[in-house]
Ligand binder design. Structure first.
Ligand code: GDG
Length: 724
């Protein structure tokens, strides 16, 4: 049976070497709890780095055995890996970039090499355990190359990726020299998840601009499959926090802490040491509060827990020094013998004490400058079992999208945060209860177990969607069938679209000239069958490009036809009334003037607005505007507006490739018909085909065609086979 493999940089354990033996302490972090039921069942397993550098072979063997019992398998990192991959590329390039701290970004090619090398190491470790149809769920920014590395070795595996930290705007991503490799790495996955909608839309925009892969409504069209990108806001183990807060153990700790700090109001702040968390800014805020509201001195204290993290990275060392200095300054300025403004702890606490802090605090001040989600604020809310307390939350945290009943603040607006704390301190109990209750309802419903379930269900959904689209793939069996049917045929015909079918797209449409291979292919094919090039292109271009070939040509979606046996001129296939063109052209021209790179192509029966060369994003925006403008005008003229590949075309609805193909076949009996095309204009051809025809759409989009084929390359391979 297929199994599920969870992969993260760190395994959910801590490992200590004591008295010649290793001690394994499972971590009770949010992710580990949520995924508990997954990796602990059946053959499933969690693969990652145990967190220590262990070089000794015997010790490694001991760790492998111990971890095996915990349903885990290690990836061992060397000291150099840790320095260059983890502290280096992950935490000095990706982390600052993704949190918009570009001033801390390091561009070190050695760190990048290590990132590739370690992702490869993870890949090898997974391959040893994985079967071809397993589900592999990769976590976070340290492993962004892994999905594609796995895809190359396990093409049929189900691969998912979730990023726990923000995904920034394209403007930031483009600063990273290795951005393309990183995005292509992630796109090896079938499902890509982020905490928020903003993260996912930033990702989609970066993918389309940097890799050129197109996307729509959360789906990216990769070469041979679709990829779903979605938002999955992570929850917490709500009941665990609620239960612990009520427990006798925690309530005893609360009593003890209370006796020590007295009856003053308490503001709690809990973070890992990180510049993204806005810790120094928070101390400045508290200082300003005490300056502006002298009456609060002696009555409010801040309990500030900073959990040591990445303290070997220079920027973190400096941050630690800054915090120490600021806490020293504020305490030395305001402290009295029976009161200190800031109780500062640079260490972590056992769970029951953490719960006591949440439980006794009047306010949680969660003001990161940028945070993927932030679980601390959710844990605080879950721990307020009597529903009193106020959450002051940064709008830069992913959690702010869900916790709208918090007092939301901009952490850069110092006065705004001061005012928010003041508001929180004076908030009536009834309002506190209303707000906390509303937030608790939501956190209960969307807890971490629900998060895992929704994510796993979505993996199945996307695989189903992929299967639907590839069920009609031209595989070896279909290929053999087409070949044998063609061999038997006495009077075969081919309808071949040009752009996107026989040749790829070019920035300038006039550059998509048929190459030598294609010319040879068409020549060979036309010696064995009737070949019809059926295109939206103008007749002069087609005529020039296929001059001398023994083929039929249908130009401008069926306005013109050129028969191979009539070496004379083009024949008008459809009567064209172009009295509408002046009105429409002037509107299109207005949009060209506003959009550098756009241009109009005039065809006999249609006008086409091209935006392939327009700055990406702007092109889409203008196309949408023009689309609704033209739709409105089209009604009066009985015209049809159609969206194509980086084009918007307006034309008479009764002129289409299907109608032209039908007219051309009329009165003839064909015993083999093959139609291939890549876009909506070819759908008319497919619809017009008789039942016995083979129709094939290039790319994996929904289609009326009987089959799909991956790309232009595969189309040419198919046609070559038929000429043999
Ligand atoms: C990353 C993203 C995203 C803290 N102090 C103690 C302690 N903690 C626990 C908290 C909480 C966790 O650490 C911190 O989680 P956050 O979500 O706040 O932040 P990151 O570590 O930066 O996590 C973040 C998260 O991934 C999940 O996707 O939300 O945006 O940056 O659970 O309880 N636990 C104990 N003692 C402490 O002193 N026991």
């Amino acid at each position: 049976m297929a199994k599920t493999i969870i992969v993260s940089n760190r395994l959910p354990i801590s490992l200590r070497h004591r008295n010649g033996k290793f001690e394994f302490k499972p971590s009770a972090g949010g992710l580990a709890t949520g995924l508990d039921s997954i990796y602990k069942s059946g053959e499933n397993i969690w693969i990652g780095w145990p967190g220590n550098t262990v070089d000794d072979a015997e010790q490694r063997a001991e760790i492998i055995i111990e971890l095996h019992d915990l349903k885990m398998a290690p990836v061992f990192l060397t000291k150099k890996d840790v320095e260059q991959f983890y502290e280096g590329f992950s935490n000095e390039t990706l982390w600052p970039a993704f949190h918009y701290f570009t001033q801390y970004m390091v561009y070190n090619p050695d760190h990048w090499d290590a990132y590739v090398r370690v992702n490869q190491k993870f890949c090898e470790a997974i391959i040893k355990k994985a079967d071809p149809d397993d589900t592999i769920w990769v976590h976070d920014y340290q492993l962004m190359l892994l999905p594609q590395m796995l895809r190359e070795i396990l093409p049929d595996a189900t691969i998912a990726f979730f990023q726990h930290i923000p995904f920034p705007s394209y403007e930031i991503i483009r600063m990273i020299p290795w951005r393309k490799e990183i995005l292509e790495g992630v796109c090896g996955a079938d499902l890509i998840g982020f905490h928020t909608y903003d993260d996912m839309r930033h990702f989609l925009s970066a993918v389309s601009r940097i890799t050129g892969m197109s996307g729509e409504s959360g789906y990216i069209q990769a070469e041979n499959r679709i990829i779903n990108v979605d938002s999955f806001p992570m929850g917490i183990d709500y009941n665990k926090f609620a239960k612990q807060a009520k427990s006798r153990k925690t309530q005893n700790i609360v009593k003890d802490f209370r006796t020590k700090v007295g009856e003053q109001k308490l503001i709690i702040t809990i973070d890992r040491l990180d510049y993204s968390k806005g810790i120094p800014q928070r101390i400045h805020v508290f200082d300003q509060l005490l300056k502006q509201h002298k009456e609060l001195r002696g009555k409010v204290s801040m309990i500030m827990i900073v959990v040591p993290s990445r303290d070997r990275v220079q920027s973190y060392k400096e941050l630690k020094e800054e915090i120490d200095l600021l806490v020293g300054r504020i305490n030395s300025e305001y402290s009295t013998l029976d009161w200190v403004p800031v109780h500062y702890f640079y260490r972590s606490f056992p769970f029951e004490e953490l719960s006591a802090f949440y439980s006794m605090a009047d306010i949680a001040l969660v003001t990161p400058l940028r945070d993927g989600m932030n679980l601390v604020c959710k844990e605080f809310v879950a721990s307020k079992t009597d529903q009193t307390g106020v959450l002051v939350l940064s709008e830069m945290a992913g959690a702010s999208k869900e916790l709208q009943d918090a007092i939301l603040v901009n952490p850069n607006d110092r006065q705004g945060v001061v005012d928010a704390i003041y508001e929180a301190l004076s908030m009536p109990e009834e309002e506190q209860k209303e707000r906390i209750t509303a937030m608790q309802e939501s956190l209960k419903k969307y807890d971490v177990f629900q998060w895992v379930k929704v994510f796993m269900d979505r993996i199945e959904h996307v695989k189903g969607k992929q299967a639907e689209l590839t069920s009609k793939d031209v595989d070896a069996k279909v290929m053999t069938e087409i070949q044998s049917s063609f061999k038997k045929a006495k009077n075969p015909i081919f309808f071949l679209d040009y752009d996107g079918t026989l040749t790829g797209f070019k920035a300038n449409p006039q550059d998509a000239i048929p190459d030598q291979e294609l010319k040879g292919l068409i020549k060979d094919l036309s010696s064995k069958a009737q070949v019809v090039i059926i295109s939206g292109r103008d007749k002069d271009t087609l005529g020039k490009w296929f001059k001398g070939q023994q083929i039929d040509m249908i130009a401008e979606h069926g306005v013109w036809v050129h028969r191979k046996d009539q070496s004379t001129d083009w024949e008008l296939y459809a009567e064209v009334d172009d009295s509408w063109k002046d009105d429409i052209r002037s509107v299109m021209e207005y949009y060209v003037l506003r959009t550098p790179g756009a241009f109009i192509e005039e065809k006999h029966h249609s006008l086409v607005w091209h935006y392939r060369k327009v700055e990406s994003g702007l092109g889409d925006l203008r196309m949408r505007e023009l689309f609704s403008h033209l739709k409105y005008m089209a009604r009066g003229h009985n015209l049809q507006v159609l969206e194509g590949n980086m084009v918007l075309e307006i034309k008479r609805p009764d002129i289409n490739k299907g109608r032209a193909a039908n007219s051309l076949m009329k009165g003839h009996e064909f015993d083999f018909i093959l139609a291939i095309g890549d876009d909506w204009t070819d759908e008319d051809t497919f619809k017009a085909m008789p039942k016995n025809a083979y129709s094939i759409r290039v790319g994996y989009a929904y289609t009326k065609a009987n089959y799909n084929i991956k790309s232009v390359k595969q189309v040419r391979q198919l046609l070559h086979k038929l000429t043999q």
